[in-house]
Design a protein around this ligand. Structure first.
Ligand code: AMP
Length: 539
C-alpha cells in the first residue's frame, strides 16, 4: 500500500520561490574585487535571477545543458546558482585552483556551452580558451566599461541582463533533473564529476538548517569562505535561501586580515571554511584587536581540524568550532559535531574527544565501516575500517566516467577512501585515508593523528606524514615538518613531545625539515607529490 501524498518536487526552484516570497528584505553582502562593498536584498537577487533566466534562454541554453562558472564567492555567483538550474540547465562550478590542463579537461568533459567568468579570472581563461571545444559564449562578470578580452564571443554580464524582464515563468522540473556539477580535486588521475540533482541540493539545504546539523537560522549572518567552486560551498547558498539567512561573501579577498575585518564589520555569526583559513584567522585575531563578539560558530571541514586549534579558538574567543566531514560526492554533507547524541560514551565521553572526531552522520546519510574483505565492522570506537556511505545526497556513479565505478560496491554503497572508527552512537573519527594509511608490521598507523600531534608543537607550522617502504616492517611513517619562522625544532624534541600519545611503533624514525608542504588545488597536503619526491630521492 502506498501513502497518498502530493506529488511535490523538491527543486531549487522551490527554494527560489520561498526566498522571494518570505525573505525579500534579507541582505546579501559582497566584497567586490575592487574592495568596495556591494549590498542588495534577496528581492533584488530574485529579480536579477529572472533576468538571467531570460538571458540564458536567449543564448540557447536548454534543459540539461552545462553552464560553467569560473568565479569567486559573490552575489553574481549566487544569481547563477539559482538562474541556471531553475531553467533546467546544470551549473558546472569550475574549480579555479586546478592546473590549466585540468581546467581544460573539466570544461571539455562537462561540455560547457556557456562559461561565466569573473573579470579577475579572465586572464586565466584566456590562456586555455583555445583548447576549449564546446564553449559558445563567454560572459564576463564585473567588467569595467571598455574592458577588452581575447575570449571569443565575449559578453558582459550586466549588458546581458539589462534588457530582460524581471519576472519569469519557471518550468515545473522533475526533482531528479540534474542541477549542478562539481569535479573532485583529482589527487589521482583526471578529476571526476559529481552530478547533483535538484532533489539532492534541496535535501542538502535542509540538512544544513537542521539544529543537529549546522543549527543555523534566519537569526544568523553566514560568511561563506568555503569556495562556491568547491562542493557547492557546502550547500550554504541554498541553505541561506531556504532559511532566509543573511549572506556575506568575500569575493577574492581571503587574507586573514580581510576575513577578520569582514567578520567584524558585517557582524558575522557563523563562518565556514577549511582549517588552513582558521589557522590564519586565529593568528590575526591574536595579533590585532577586532570586535568579533557576534561570531558564535566556525564551521570547519574539508580536512581534519587539529584539536589544538579547536581548543585555542574555543578557549581564547569563546567561539564554537563545528567540525564536519563530507565529500564532493556527498553533496557534500556527511557527519558533523552539531549535537552529541544522548549516551555518547566514546573516548570517555569527554568534550575534546568529541570535538576531535568528525561527528555523527547527518540526516539522509547512512555510514558503515568495513574491513579489507568488505565485512561490516562494529561501532565500538575501536575497530578501524574503510568508510562507506549511501543516501539520497550521495552520487551513484561519476559523471560520464566509468573509471570511477570501482568506488561503488555491488550492494550500492559509495567507498569514500576514508578510514575511521565509529562510536556506539555514531560519532565518526577519521584516522586516515585508505590511500595514505600506513600499515607497519600488519598494524595500522594513522598519519593524520601523527600530523595533528606534531602540529600541536609550538615550533611547528605544518607537518605531513607519509608512508615510506621498509624492508622489515613493509612500511614506516616519515614526518616532513615545516618549522615556524625563526624556530629550529630538533627531531628529538618533536618525538619526545608526541611520544606520550602513541605506541612506540607509531613514532616516525625519520623526521625531515622542509620549507613548505605542497598543497592540492583545494589547499590540502599533497602527499602524492611528497611520496614522488621521496621516491626520486629529493626529500
Ligand atoms: P573533497 O571532496 O575535496 O571535499 O574531499 C573530501 C575528503 O576530504 C574526504 O574524503 C576526507 O578525506 C577529507 N575530509 C573532509 N572533511 C574532513 C574532516 N573533517 N576530517 C578529515 N578529513 C576530511
Amino acid at each position: 500500500m502506498q501513502g497518498q501524498m502530493m506529488d511535490f518536487q523538491l527543486t531549487i526552484t522551490a527554494i527560489l520561490k520561498r526566498l522571494k516570497q518570505m525573505y525579500s528584505q534579507v541582505e546579501i553582502v559582497t566584497k567586490t574585487p575592487a574592495g568596495t562593498m556591494h549590498r542588495y536584498t534577496y528581492g533584488d537577487c530574485y529579480r536579477r535571477v529572472c533576468k538571467l533566466a531570460h538571458a540564458l534562454d536567449r543564448l540557447g541554453v536548454k534543459l540539461g545543458d552545462r553552464v560553467g562558472t569560473l568565479a569567486w564567492n559573490t552575489y553574481q555567483h549566487v544569481e547563477l546558482y539559482y538562474g541556471i538550474p531553475c531553467i533546467g540547465a546544470v551549473t558546472h562550478t569550475i574549480n579555479l585552483r586546478l592546473a590549466p590542463d585540468q581546467l581544460i579537461y573539466t570544461i571539455n568533459h562537462a561540455a560547457d556551452k556557456v562559461v561565466f567568468v569573473d573579470v579577475t579570472l579572465v586572464p586565466l581563461l584566456e590562456k586555455i580558451a583555445p583548447h576549449l571545444t564546446t564553449v559558445e559564449h563567454y560572459v564576463v562578470i564585473g567588467a569595467p566599461p571598455g574592458c577588452q578580452t581575447t575570449l571569443p564571443n565575449a559578453l558582459h554580464y550586466e549588458d546581458l541582463l539589462a534588457p530582460e524582464p524581471d519576472h519569469y515563468n519557471w518550468p515545473e522540473l522533475d526533482e531528479n533533473t540534474a542541477a549542478g556539477l562539481c569535479y573532485t580535486s583529482g589527487t589521482t588521475g583526471n578529476p571526476k564529476g559529481a552530478l547533483y540533482s535538484h532533489r539532492s541540493q534541496y535535501l542538502q539545504a535542509m540538512v544544513g538548517g537542521m539544529s543537529n546539523g549546522l543549527g543555523i537560522s534566519s537569526k544568523d549572518t553566514i560568511f561563506a569562505v568555503v569556495p562556491m567552486f568547491h562542493a557547492n560551498a557546502w550547500g550554504i547558498p541554498y541553505t541561506c535561501g531556504m532559511m532566509g539567512i543573511r549572506q556575506v561573501h568575500p569575493g577574492p579577498h581571503l587574507k586573514p586580515a580581510d576575513l577578520a575585518q569582514l567578520i567584524q564589520d558585517e557582524k558575522v555569526t557563523m563562518a565556514a571554511g577549511v582549517p588552513t583559513l582558521w589557522m590564519g584567522l586565529y593568528q590575526e585575531l591574536k595579533s590585532k584587536s577586532y570586535d568579533i563578539s557576534a561570531l558564535r560558530m566556525l564551521l570547519v571541514g574539508g580536512a581534519a581540524m587539529p584539536i589544538s586549534l579547536t581548543q585555542a579558538i574555543e578557549k581564547d574567543f569563546n567561539i564554537t568550532v563545528l567540525h564536519a566531514w563530507g565529500m564532493t560526492e556527498m553533496s557534500p554533507a556527511g557527519t558533523c559535531t552539531g549535537v552529541a547524541p544522548p549516551g555518547e560514551t566514546c573516548e570517555e565521553g569527554s568534550y575534546w574527544a568529541w570535538k576531535t572526531r568528525q561527528g555523527v552522520p547527518v540526516a539522509c546519510v547512512e555510514v558503515r565501516i568495513v574491513d579489507d574483505e568488505g565485512n561490516e565492522l562494529p561501532w565500538d570506537g575501536q575497530a578501524v575500517g574503510e568508510v562507506q556511505v549511501r543516501g539520497p545526497m550521495v552520487i551513484s556513479s561519476y559523471y560520464n566516467d566509468p573509471s570511477g565505478d570501482t568506488q561503488f560496491t555491488k550492494d550500492g554503497w559509495f567507498i569514500t577512501g576514508d578510514v575511521a572508527t565509529m562510536c556506539p552512537k555514531g560519532s565518526m573519527g577519521i584516522t586516515d585515508r585508505s590511500k595514505d594509511l600506513i600499515k607497519s608490521g600488519g598494524e595500522w598507523i594513522s598519519s593524520v593523528a601523527l600530523e595533528s600531534a606534531l602540529m600541536a608543537h609550538p615550533k611547528v607550522a605544518e607537518a605531513a606524514v607519509i608512508s615510506i617502504p621498509d624492508q622489515k616492517w613493509s612500511e614506516r611513517p616519515m614526518a616532513l615538518v615545516v618549522a615556524r619562522p625563526g624556530e629550529t625544532p630538533s627531531k628529538e624534541e618533536l618525538l619526545e613531545f608526541i611520544s606520550p600519545q602513541f605506541a612506540k611503533f607509531w613514532l616516525p624514525e625519520e623526521v625531515r625539515f622542509i620549507s613548505e608542504v605542497p598543497k592540492t588545488s583545494v589547499g590540502k597536503f599533497d602527499k602524492k607529490v611528497l611520496r614522488k619526491r621521496y621516491a626520486e630521492g629529493s626529500l
